[in-house]
Write a protein that binds this ligand. Sequence first.
Ligand SMILES: [Zn+2]
Length: 316
Amino acid sequence: MSLRAAGLNTAVTAPDTQPTAEEVLDSQALQPQFAPAVYDPFSNGYGFTPELPAPEQPAADALWLVFSRDSLLLDGSSELPTDLPDGTEGVVFLGRQDGREAWAARLTTDAPEGFKFSRLRGLYGRIPDWLWALGGFGYQIVEWDRTHQFCGFDATPTVPDKGERARRCPECGLSFYPRLAPAVMVLLTRQHEGRPQILLCRSPQFPPGMYSANAGFVEPGETVEHAAHREMKEETNLDIRGLRYFDSQPWPFPHSLMLAYTAEHVSPEEGGGEIVPQPGEIEEARWFFHDELPQLPGRASISRRLIESVVGSLPD
Ligand SMILES: [Zn+2]
């Protein structure tokens, strides 16, 4: 049983903090529960079950997800094609969506007549959530398949493994699995003039006016919690304590898994650093009261949910 199914997801805590039972109960009370439809874009929570090996022949009612890079092929009614278009490559079986076979492939030519490619990111809210989530999974698998056609050691063409999601080198036996890059996000809170504030940062790549929680990739040899401390120190010079796990989100652009936390600020009076944005990474890092928030990331992202959840849970 998953932690969420057990109703325990809000009580999971980073190993560097040992909350009392009272604090755990508190955090459960503070964090709102979301219905799955808005809770987990890109999770497999919408009736999809990954499956291997692939059937010998695709079923007549199979779902076909055809990609050109990160764009999905849809017809004028935002429906998937009912057949595999001519010229597709790299056909992979994904699994079953509510019992129907789901297959994916890539197309390097223009969209067939009556269809067009739309960037998956921009389709959030315009196609059903199950299709967006399935599209995210399909895109990652198709991209992994495309970029692992040869062994990285001896350049021999790889072959798909029938039993698991892997491509194998028949020469040296190396296996290549879909990549997954863990990343950590931290929303920092503090009390200022008797009121709570959150720290939001601007990356130079963000659209004008948009701010988000601080985030970065976990590096080899690190725990997620170590990365949370390091990223905050590197990018803002701030020190944190009381890391508390919030939730995670698969993000297929291109293959990350975001683990989101909240943390408390260690003030300069307590030995913590002052804000110094890291050049090139952070344009600005600022404290915000909940009633003066800037433009936030889109609703599909865990950062938006983290910020709204924390802001909603802070006392006025
Ligand atoms: Zn090899």
